[in-house]
Structures are given as structure tokens and as C-alpha cells.
Design a protein around this ligand. Structure first.
Ligand code: 5GP
Length: 189
């Protein structure tokens, strides 16, 4: 998606440790006009899929998932990160290793909010090694629901998570795909 790529070039900052900082428009301050265009694009890509629910993970996936949901006319559920897991049978839970913090979180979703009839679109801001997505897919499948597809803002393709997930048979639509990046610039696929 040209608009997102141009914005990454204009306002993204490459940090050490393979981190792209996009906090001025994507995951701290949020550009809602840009999110609208991203939402429309995911809707165009998944128009045939009869999505019933969008699943994302706190915190930075929530904004774009909420805006996208207006085009799909479905609820958004966000998976919660917790360090005190109280397994009372009411929650689906999985473990996710955080890319940016290097910690393992328990991630939970109430069983009330995903059912086996659901056709779920998973949305997140970044795809790097794929750990966050593996956790979200696990939660959908614990519920017996279907992963209709995955919508990502920025995929750092060279980190391999996207290919690993595509190889498992899931559809991944990333609106910007980075081939490589460094302090001297960003190359898109
Ligand atoms: P993964 O689990 O695919 O390795 O990483 C995905 C998660 O890590 C995303 O939910 C995102 O919050 C965070 N993340 C991964 N790479 C980056 C990055 O380059 N910049 C920022 N801001 N977050 C990232």
C-alpha cells in the first residue's frame, strides 16, 4: 500500500535491534485518516470472506483494528497480556514472546467472545518473527473458530515470521512489506 510505504519513509525511524519506530502515526500517536485507508484496503482484500469478528492484541493493534472493524461491521476483541494467569476455565490462554520487550506473556481472551461459528480476521500492527500471530491463531483454534485471514500493517519480511505463517496455510495480507532496513534506509518488497 503506497500510502503506508510513503509514510514509513517520511516518518519512520530505524532503531537498533531491528525495530522500526512509527510512533508518530501508527502506535502511539495514531493517524486516523491513514487507519481509514488501511481498513478499506483490508476490507477490499477480505471482501468475500464473511468475517464475523476481528481479533487483535493489546496495545498497539487495537487502534487500527477498531477503525478497520467499521468497514467490516463486526466487533473487535483484543487479547490481553497478563503476568498473573488465573486459569479458571473462563479464558483461552496462550504464551507469546514479545519482540520488543523480550519477555514471555500469558495472553488471554474470554471464552465469551470467540465461538466456534466465528470466522476471524486477525489484525496487528507489525509482523516480525511471528510469535504474536502464532499466539492469536492458537486462541482462535482453541475456540474451534476459523482463521479467515490475517491483516498486518508492516511486515518485516526478512525476519521470516510471515513466510512461516503462510507456509502453515494461512493467508497473510501485509500493507507494507520491508525487504530490508538499516540506518541508511528502508527497502520495500
Ligand atoms: P513478532 O511476534 O511477529 O516477532 O512481533 C510482532 C509484535 O512485536 C507486534 O505486535 C509489535 O507490537 C512488535 N514489533 C515487532 N517488530 C516491531 C518493530 O519493528 N517496531 C515496533 N514498534 N514494534 C514491533
Amino acid at each position: 500500500m503506497k500510502l503506508l510505504e510513503e509514510r514509513i519513509v517520511k516518518d519512520g525511524v530505524v532503531k537498533d535491534g531491528n525495530v522500526l519506530k512509527v510512533d508518530s502515526f501508527l502506535n502511539h500517536q495514531m493517524d486516523i485518516e491513514l487507519f481509514n485507508e488501511m481498513g478499506k484496503e483490508w476490507k477490499r482484500l477480505y471482501a468475500e470472506d464473511k468475517i464475523t469478528k476481528i481479533l487483535t492484541i493489546e496495545a498497539s493493534g487495537i487502534g487500527m483494528a477498531v477503525i478497520a472493524a467499521q468497514y467490516f461491521d463486526v466487533p473487535v476483541v483484543f487479547a490481553k497480556k497478563t503476568q498473573t494467569l488465573n486459569l479458571d476455565g473462563e479464558l483461552y490462554s496462550t504464551k507469546v514472546e514479545s519482540f520488543t520487550h523480550g519477555r514471555v506473556y500469558d495472553v488471554v481472551v474470554s471464552k465469551k467472545f470467540i465461538h466456534k461459528e466465528d470466522n476471524v480476521l486477525i489484525i496487528d500492527d507489525f509482523l516480525a518473527n511471528g510469535n504474536a500471530l502464532i499466539g492469536l491463531i492458537d486462541i482462535v483454534e482453541q475456540a474451534g473458530a476459523k482463521v479467515a485471514g490475517i491483516g498486518i500493517g508492516i511486515e518485516k519480511k526478512y525476519q521470516g515470521g510471515g513466510d512461516m505463517i503462510r507456509n502453515k496455510g494461512y493467508r497473510v495480507e501485509s500493507l507494507a512489506m520491508i525487504e530490508k532496513m538499516g540506518h541508511d534506509g528502508i527497502v520495500f518488497c
